[in-house]
Design a binder for this molecule. Structure first.
Ligand code: ZN
Length: 559
């Protein structure tokens, strides 16, 4: 029985990998790729040189931008596995160094998109796709075809801890909800970001039995995301992971389709309703405004379709066995995403550089993690350390989410996550930011670990941007695990160098190894990671959320 299961598992993995690359992984000869790369780059045995060699290899044009599911990503994964093997880490994937992450891509069939509504007078108005509306079928549906009544639900926010519920006294079961983008500015920035995210709002609508979502614009949302820009992006594929049960992961099961209306179409849909679109929009625009919902006198019909494709892309998982006979059964997980954006064909077609090398985002983060792992493995701390290079971050934190939910070590024994993503190191840093430090005991641990080295831990420079929810560590937070995300601080010119990178190179082909990355400083940043990881892994108690922390409380049930 065990043998058969194992064989079946292996066959599945090989089949998955075949999609990405004709050549299967050769985990048996892991040293080769690195040895060749090191020889080519003439790497000297200093931390800075090792990190630079890793960045240059991972961000080389030959990796084709390491997009999840491509051969270039597979090469990068093999390289990271080889580096881990060379430094004596233990393979800790589900099969050797790798955890296969099964992925589902859905490309919208634009020509199948239809939206119409019928008013109380029986007149049907058919809207024009791209001009009046955009629509997506859910990742659960190859084709969506629904007709249902509609209810306006304000922003569609339910925030029980704030005593706010846009659904109060409304019945949306089996209906479309029509709701504004965003959230009322009644809450602090983290609650507003959480309750206002379209994913969380769709999940709330699904819990209440809604069938479809129609988004409409406040004035500020319209300014933030002009119609021409979102219409131009509507053909983009979306991706999710497929769980061990074979079903795609969706945040709002039962929501068949999601549409967005432009301003004119919204006005027409509200004709004959208790209030006009302009009335409710004025309320939503006002400071602290939260328009109350009501039934709309229309039935909405929507059609949409997806073209599906399945693929697989691996996380790479290495283990540093802890030194303490008891604590070694607990795990500190270090993460950095290995994937990037790949080649954008529309740029190539225009004769431009379409290859997104992702040197800073995030070859650099992976290289720092590997250097930290090398140092930790030479003198292991009390707890074990999982070194995890994740896939499909750029597709929505998918590889990290998959590992956080289905880890290859005991889930309850994961005590903390420390993440690295896009450490912009174009200045000589004098301070470090740990996003999320104020939320758990990880903050004091990091602070005292850094104090030893004379490095200041600075507060989050832009709390209103909710960076804490935007990278891989957040998937561990959602499983109840305290986490921090380390970033070079804004002192000594850091703010300007970060701003310049965001403006000129972020998610652009120019994020490449020719950027003036200060590798000696990156090596010091690796020291920071070693100190913090060691501080957590050696602490007598496992980290815990501070009492009353928003995210700690929100996801407490997941542990
Ligand atoms: Zn990115």
């Amino acid at each position: 029985m065990t043998m058969m299961l194992r064989r079946a598992g292996l066959a599945l993995l090989c089949a998955c990998l075949a999609v990405a690359c004709a050549k299967p992984f050769e985990a048996d000869q892991p040293g080769q790729a690195y040895a060749e790369a090191a020889a080519q780059s003439g790497a000297k045995p200093t931390a800075a040189a090792r990190i630079e060699a890793d960045v240059r290899w991972l961000a080389d044009d030959a990796r084709e931008g390491r997009e999840a599911g491509t051969a270039g990503y597979v090469q990068a994964a093999e390289y990271v596995a080889a580096r881990m093997a060379a430094m004596g880490l233990k393979p800790a994937g589900q099969s050797g160094w790798y955890q296969a992450v099964p992925l589902l891509t859905a490309g919208p069939v634009l020509e199948a998109s239809e939206l119409s509504f019928t008013g109380a007078d029986g007149e049907t108005i058919t809207l024009a796709h791209l001009d009046d509306f955009l629509v997506r079928a859910s990742m659960e549906q190859e084709t969506a075809d629904i007709t249902a009544p509609a209810v306006f639900v304000g922003f569609g926010v339910s925030a029980p801890d704030e005593g706010h519920d846009d659904y109060a006294s409304l019945d949306v079961d089996g209906k479309f909800i029509v709701r504004f983008h965003g959230a009322p500015d009644l809450f602090d920035s983290e609650r507003r970001a959480h309750y206002g995210s379209s994913r969380n709002k769709a999940a709330e609508a699904a819990r209440r039995g809604a069938l479809g979502v129609v988004g409409i614009y406040t004035s500020s949302a319209q300014k933030r995301a002009p119609w021409a820009r979102i219409a131009a992006n509507t053909g983009r594929s979306s991706m999710t992971w497929i769980g061990p049960n074979g079903a795609p992961n969706v945040t709002a099961p039962g929501i068949v389709a999601t549409a967005t209306l432009n301003v004119d179409a919204s006005r027409r849909m509200f004709e004959g309703a208790a209030k006009t679109y302009d009335d409710v929009r004025a309320q939503a625009d006002a400071k602290g405004g939260a328009p109350k919902g009501f039934d709309l006198p229309v039935r909405i019909s929507v059609k949409a379709a997806n073209r599906f494709e399945t693929l697989s892309s691996p996380n790479v998982v290495g283990l540093i066995r802890g030194a303490d006979p008891v604590l070694r059964d607990e795990y500190v997980v270090l993460t950095a995403h290995l994937d990037h954006l790949g080649v954008k064909q529309h740029l190539v077609d225009q004769g431009k550089d379409g290859l997104h090398n992702g040197a800073v985002d995030n070859a650099l983060g992976v290289a720092v993690m590997l250097e930290a792992a090398r140092r930790l493995s030479e003198d292991p701390p009390a707890r074990s350390v999982v070194v995890l290079a994740v896939t499909a971050e750029e597709k929505g934190l998918l590889g990290a989410d998959y590992f956080a939910r289905f880890p290859t070590v005991d889930k309850d024994s994961i005590v903390a996550n420390v993440n690295l993503d896009m450490p912009v190191m174009l200045h000589s840093f004098t301070d470090v930011v740990a996003f999320g430090a104020e939320r758990s005991t990880l903050g004091p641990i990091a602070k005292s670990a850094l104090a030893e080295a004379g490095i200041a831990l600075s507060p989050d420079p832009f709390p209103e941007q909710n960076i804490f929810t935007r990278s891989d560590h957040y998937t561990f937070v959602q499983q109840g695990v305290p986490a921090i995300y380390l970033f070079p601080g804004f002192g000594n010119g850091g703010e300007a160098s970060f701003g310049g990178f965001m403006k000129d190179h972020y998610h652009k082909p120019s994020d490449e190894a020719s950027l003036p990355i200060l590798y000696e400083d990156v090596a010091r940043f690796a020291d920071v990671n070693v100190l913090i990881a060691r501080g957590i892994a050696d602490a007598p108690e496992r980290p815990r959320w501070h009492e009353g922390d928003f995210f700690g409380d929100l996801f407490a049930g997941e542990r």
